[in-house]
Design a binder for this molecule. Structure first.
Ligand SMILES: C[S@@+](CC[C@H](N)C(=O)[O-])C[C@H]1O[C@@H](n2cnc3c(N)ncnc32)[C@H](O)[C@@H]1O
Length: 284
């Protein structure tokens, strides 16, 4: 669906303005399901309109929520809607500019803005949100920050008035805020495997990682590398007792430490070992 930017407001704020057009309710539900919202979550809807994302997150999924809108009349309606839905205790609505709001406590962020507004918001999302926070956008993507997944709701009903709607497939996009994984990581392995420490060298663009391992002067390729939030997984070949085997690495990144497990898949040393790696440099 095309949302129309208002050029008058663009002149004042230097940003295109997106008017209130509600996300169809079945799309709201699918987006919250895709984000796996639970009662542990704090859902922020940036440009919350009538409050439907936050109210649905509280009513159906038991979450807490905060809705932000620049239009104080809409915020008053949100509060009335939350009372009617019986979730006023779990939600909060604020008249604020979404680009100025502190969003750091959110664990899920929902948006329905415009492509260029998503791009303006992108640095704030990546800077302020914690790793593992899910961002779900109705209709518009984030440019070269590719989504972790996307979904389509067939024949969603877009209401223009209570009795006037049109049906159209609605697309949504979901991203998981990635941990900072770039750099050089180092760890020791049991001496039966190697007396030398291993190093992992990673470059990162959003959630996309590239890199390799080194051990002594040997460079080992890594495969199937995936970062989802702070969960890191990859495999690499290793040469144990003269035999080439596959080693599976899984861990979670907390600051400059990775904690997880290394699984040697084949051969006489096949077993799962603890994995604790330390970032020793910011660059690879
Ligand atoms: C397309 S509507 C989406 C409403 C709701 N999120 C939904 O999906 O049903 C966009 C909303 O963003 C609000 N908005 C636009 N610019 C904003 C800004 N800078 N700060 C806060 N809200 C804004 C508008 O008032 C409008 O209610």
């Amino acid at each position: 669906m095309q949302l129309v930017a208002n050029p008058l407001i663009l002149a004042e704020s230097q940003r295109p303005f997106v008017e209130f057009i509600p996300t169809p309710q079945d799309v709201v539900v699918e987006m919250l399901k895709a984000a796996q919202v639970t009662k542990e979550d704090i859902v922020y809807d940036l440009g919350c309109g009538d409050g439907r994302f936050v109210i649905t997150a509280a009513k159906m999924f038991g979450a807490r929520g905060v809705g932000i809108d620049i239009d104080s009349t809409l915020i008053s309606k949100c509060r009335v809607n939350a009372e009617k839905a019986g979730v006023a205790e779990r939600v909060n609505f604020l008249t604020q500019d979404l680009y100025e709001t502190d969003i750091s406590e959110a664990t899920v962020v929902t948006i329905y803005l415009l492509p260029e507004l998503n791009l303006l918001l992108r640095p704030k999302l990546l800077k302020e949100l914690k790793p593992n926070t899910r961002v779900v956008s109705h209709a518009f993507d984030m440019g070269d920050w590719l989504p972790d997944r996307q979904g389509v709701v067939k024949n969603a009903r877009f209401y223009m008035a209570p009795d006037l709607f049109f049906e159209q497939d609605a697309t949504f996009y979901l991203w998981v805020i990635p941990a900072k994984a770039a750099g050089t990581w180092c760890w020791e392995v049991p001496s039966i495997i190697s007396k030398e420490p291993y190093r992992l060298h990673l470059t990162q663009k959003y959630q996309i990682l590239k890199g390799y391992l080194t051990m002594q002067n040997r460079r080992l390729p890594i495969k199937d590398i995936k970062l989802s939030g702070n969960h890191l997984h990859f495999t690499s070949p290793a040469y144990l007792k003269g035999r080439k085997v596959t080693v599976d690495y899984r861990g979670t990144i907390e600051g400059n430490v990775i904690n997880g497990m290394i699984e040697v898949k084949e051969g006489p040393l096949s077993k799962t070992y603890p994995w604790r790696a330390f970032r020793i440099r910011e660059n690879p």
